[in-house]
Ligand binder design. Structure first.
Ligand code: COA
Ligand code: AMP
Length: 639
């Protein structure tokens, strides 16, 4: 049997991962080249390239300047909300990163120290991330749509020496003031960083001076503007780190209120992302890749910042929305203007554009001939959206499936290796390095077409999570214990007889709202604290635009006089102020009772199936059938 190109690359990756990844590692500039790929001495926790040493910032920036590409554009900052653009060459980026790295060092940030970033979509966010990498500090970026309480929990978990932020973010309907959010978070947190560095932007109310005055009156950290912090400071030289040293922590929602700090190493990350740029996206030196996401998410870390820059390509940092800034042609305008070869976004963005421009008339106004492929991830690409995008753009629309934890795609159509036929509804096949299997609840492998838990056989390839920050035990219990020898993805799905993987949804409390990962368990914990709430369930129901939206069902305490309107207003405010606007929690229904098993477990899955109009099997363990019947009336209209 002759193997396709993809099959032979895939086989090589799973049959001899040691050789495969050592070969891939040659594309990276090492200070000390690794002689070994996998360290399995502490299995099931694995390390990649244990004797390698490098600097990620050098690989993303300096090496391209040294190779004579200093005048190439590294980054285009394009703000649809402010109407400004800035082109930054690799040489300029090197200079700005080194200077800001010097500023961080001057504030006492050293190798291994954490720096928390709370930033909008501006070039300075990329510069701050790379500056951390340059001096071996570990960045932890928090998405701007999270509230101070979420910031505080990340400050306490990662214990940063410094915080880097901006005056605020610009949303279409309003400006988000970041400085009061940082002040409140510092008030809530136990850990106290020593400095807050602020990229000042015009048009925001709170200034660095005001925050500094308040901090000095209360013994808080020193507050410095971006320029003040760099005054008289020498640019920092890159620091050599071990391949296994952490590059960043990125917090993501789990099933509880406490977010998980996914740790990414330096070496495995550089190797995997460099490999993915060529082999998945087909992007190389001089190409333009635009990932319309946010640096606060993993997609932003990997394919706005590190991936394109490691490849010597041009990345676009877009501050705006797919629609409303000012219209649904915003993406196509930028593809044309910047000569984008690969665009990457979330299906929800396409659904928003389609809603505003169903026939794709705005696409016709721009020359998008540079575009070779549209990649999407973050949530399932529904076939209807797939067909629409493929029709109006007339380029391959490639669904690929991954997670914050994996850092790059588990399944994709490996465009740089071979363009496999696209099957709508499937993110195609396992990416080389990921040995994907479908397991039943007790860990037995299932056959073609049978749906079960999607698991990846250990070891995971380079670039995936090394552990959870400061918590190896939670890493093992969250991901490696359910099916010994495997990483449990938390997604369910099946593999068809052609080897195509279909991802159907989560098996836990995680939901995806507009491609943003959220925990319904965390929302329940907040809703349950309302004085009138006896018990509650928050489930993710299908939403035609956002993929899913959180819906809360509440049983009131006996004797409660609160109105449905007041309750909804209270709960929406509570979730918004404790998690942030990004939670998008807006649906609240009062119900008589929640369906439960005899052991008291709320039947959330059955509720979700009812709300989505799916067929459901009433579990034999149900405590009281009449509760389900009563719920039909509340849940059914939400179909
Ligand atoms: N800072 C502060 N607030 C933010 C924010 C940020 N960075 N991002 C979103 N928010 C706020 C919004 O202003 C909104 O607040 P509101 O309830 O007061 O209106 C709320 O969070 C929900 O925002 P969003 O989910 O963006 O919904 P929307 O209705 O404003 O926009 C879409 C809908 C589809 C246009 C938008 O969600 C989108 O562009 N999605 C793509 C997401 C994406 O790229 N994900 C990355 C994964 S690949
Ligand atoms: P995040 O960690 O925010 O990237 O979210 C990861 C989760 O999003 C996965 O576990 C899936 O549930 C979902 N997801 C991401 N990409 C896809 C995709 N292409 N198809 C289906 N689900 C996806």
């Amino acid at each position: 049997m002759t193997l396709s190109t993809y099959e032979s690359v895939y086989r090589a990756s799973v049959e001899n991962p040691e050789q495969f990844w050592l070969d891939a590692a040659r594309a990276v500039d090492w200070v000390t080249a690794p002689t070994r790929a996998l360290d399995d001495s502490a299995a099931p926790i694995y390390r990649w390239f244990p004797d390698g040493e490098l600097n990620t910032c050098v690989n993303a920036v300096d090496r391209h300047v040294a190779a004579g590409h200093g005048e190439r554009t590294a980054l285009v900052y394009d703000s649809a909300v402010l109407g400004v653009q800035e082109h930054i060459t690799y040489a300029q980026l090197q200079e700005r990163v080194a200077r800001f790295a010097g500023a961080l060092a001057a504030q006492g940030v050293a190798k291994g120290d954490r720096v928390l970033l709370y930033m909008p979509m501006v070039a300075e966010s990329v510069i701050a991330m790379l500056a951390c990498a340059r001096i071996g500090a570990v960045h932890s970026v928090v998405f701007g749509g999270f509230a101070p309480r979420e910031l505080a929990s990340r400050i306490d978990d990662s214990q940063p020496v410094a915080i880097v932020t901006a005056s605020g973010g610009v949303e279409p309907k309003r400006r988000i003031e970041y400085l009061p959010a940082i002040e409140e978070a510092l008030h809530l947190s136990e850990h106290a960083p020593s400095a807050v560095l602020v990229h000042e932007r015009e048009g925001f109310e709170t200034t660095v001076t005001e925050a500094r005055e308040r901090a000095s009156a209360s013994g808080g950290p020193s507050w410095l503007s971006w320029t003040e912090a760099q005054d008289g400071v020498a640019p920092a030289e890159p620091v050599v780190v071990k391949a296994t040293d952490p590059l960043y922590i990125l917090y993501t929602s789990g099933t509880t209120g406490k977010p998980k700090g996914v740790v990414r190493d330096n070496g495995g990350h550089a190797v995997a992302l460099t490999w993915s740029m060529a082999n998945i996206y087909g992007i190389g030196v001089g190409d333009v890749m635009w990932t319309a996401s946010d640096v606060g998410w993993v997609v932003g870390h990997s394919y706005i910042v590190y991936g394109p820059l490691l490849a010597g390509a041009t990345t676009v940092v877009y501050e705006g929305k797919p629609v409303g800034t000012p219209d649904a042609g915003a993406f196509w305008k930028r593809v044309a203007e910047h000569g984008v070869k690969v665009l990457f976004t979330a299906p929800t963005a396409l659904r928003a554009i389609r809603k505003a421009d169903p026939e794709g008339e705005l696409v016709q106004q721009y020359d998008i001939s540079s575009l070779e492929a549209l990649f999407v991830a973050g949530e399932r690409l529904d076939p209807e959206t797939y067909h629409w995008a493929a029709r109006v753009l007339d380029v391959p629309v490639v669904d690929h499936w991954w997670q914050t934890e994996t850092g790059w795609a588990i399944c994709a159509n490996p465009f740089g290796i071979e363009r496999l036929p696209i099957v709508p509804g499937s993110p195609t096949v396992p990416v080389p390095g990921f040995h994907v299997e479908i397991l039943d609840p007790i860990g037995e492998p299932l056959g073609p077409g049978e749906e079960g838990n999607i698991a990846v056989r250990l070891p995971l390839p380079p670039g995936t999570l090394a552990t959870l920050w400061g918590n190896d035990e939670r890493f093992v219990s969250s991901y490696l214990s359910a099916f010994p020898g495997y990483y449990a993805t938390g997604d369910s799905g099946y593999i068809d007889e052609n080897g195509y993987v279909f991802v159907m949804g989560r098996t836990d409390d995680v939901i995806n709202v507009s491609g943003h990962r959220l925990s319904t368990g965390q929302m329940e914990q907040i809703v349950a604290t309302h004085p009138d709430v006896a018990e509650c369930a928050v489930i993710g129901v299908n939403d035609p635009l956002k993929g899913q939206r959180p819906s809360g069902y509440v049983v009131l305490k006996t004797g409660s006089q609160i109105t449905q309107e007041q309750l909804a207003e209270d709960l929406v405010t509570m979730v918004r102020s404790q998690i942030g606007p990004v939670a998008d929690f807006k649906d609240v229904s009062v119900v008589e009772a929640l369906p439960k098993t005899r052991s008291g477990k709320i039947l959330r899955k059955t509720m979700r199936q009812m709300a989505d109009g799916e067929k459901y099997v009433v579990p034999s363990t149900i405590e009281d059938h009449s509760v389900l019947e009563a719920l039909e009336a509340v849940l059914a209209p939400r179909k």
